[in-house]
Design a protein around this ligand. Structure first.
Ligand code: FES
Length: 156
C-alpha cells in the first residue's frame, strides 16, 4: 500500500508510468493532497486489513505545498514506528520517502526495493496475528463466576 502526495510523488509515479519504467505491480497507490494528510490510523488500518508494507511518499523538505505537512509526517512516522515495533511489525514494512515530481526513476527504484525487502521478510498477516493476540488476552472459557456472585464473595 502506498500513499503518495499528489504534487510530488504521485506525479513522479505518473512519470514513471508514462516513461515505461518497470516496477512491481503489486502496490496499490492512494493519492493524497499532502503526505501530511496520512493519518497514522491509515497506516495501522492498512496493516490491519492485510497490507504487508506501507510506503508514504511526499515532497522533499522545504518543497511541501502546504509548507510543513511533510515535517509533520516525519514526526508522526517516527512515533508510529515505535508503536509498530511493539506490535512486532518490522521497520522495513513502513517507509517514508521524499520524491519530487521529476524523480520517476526514484519511484520505480524505491517500490522495487521495498517489495524486495518485504518478500525477504515474508507475509505480515496481521489479521491472523490478531486472532492469536486475542486468544492470549481473552478468557478461554468465559467468566468463571457471574459478576453478582463475584461481588458477593468480595463482601460488597
Ligand atoms: S504537498 Fe507534498 S508533502 Fe506536502
Amino acid at each position: 500500500m502506498a500513499f503518495f502526495c499528489t504534487w510530488c510523488t504521485y506525479t513522479a509515479a505518473d512519470l514513471a508510468g508514462t516513461s515505461r519504467m518497470k516496477y512491481p505491480p503489486n502496490v496499490r497507490i492512494i493519492r493524497v493532497m499532502c503526505s501530511g494528510r496520512v493519518d497514522p490510523q491509515f497506516v495501522v488500518e492498512a496493516f490491519a486489513q492485510g497490507a504487508d508494507g506501507v510506503l508514504i511518499g511526499g515532497c522533499h523538505p522545504g518543497d511541501c505545498h502546504y509548507v510543513e505537512g511533510n515535517y509533520k509526517t516525519l514526526r508522526r512516522i517516527a512515533l508510529l514506528r515505535r508503536v509498530l515495533r511493539d506490535m512486532g511489525i518490522e521497520d522495513e514494512r513502513l517507509r517514508l520517502e521524499w520524491i519530487s515530481a521529476s524523480e520517476g526513476e526514484k519511484v520505480a527504484r524505491v517500490i522495487s526495493d521495498m517489495v524486495g525487502a518485504i518478500r525477504r521478510l515474508g507475509r505480515l498477516d496481521l489479521p491472523g496475528r490478531r486472532t492469536s493476540w486475542d486468544a492470549e488476552v481473552l478468557p478461554h472459557d468465559g467468566p468463571t463466576e457471574a459478576p453478582a456472585a463475584a461481588a458477593a464473595s468480595d463482601g460488597r
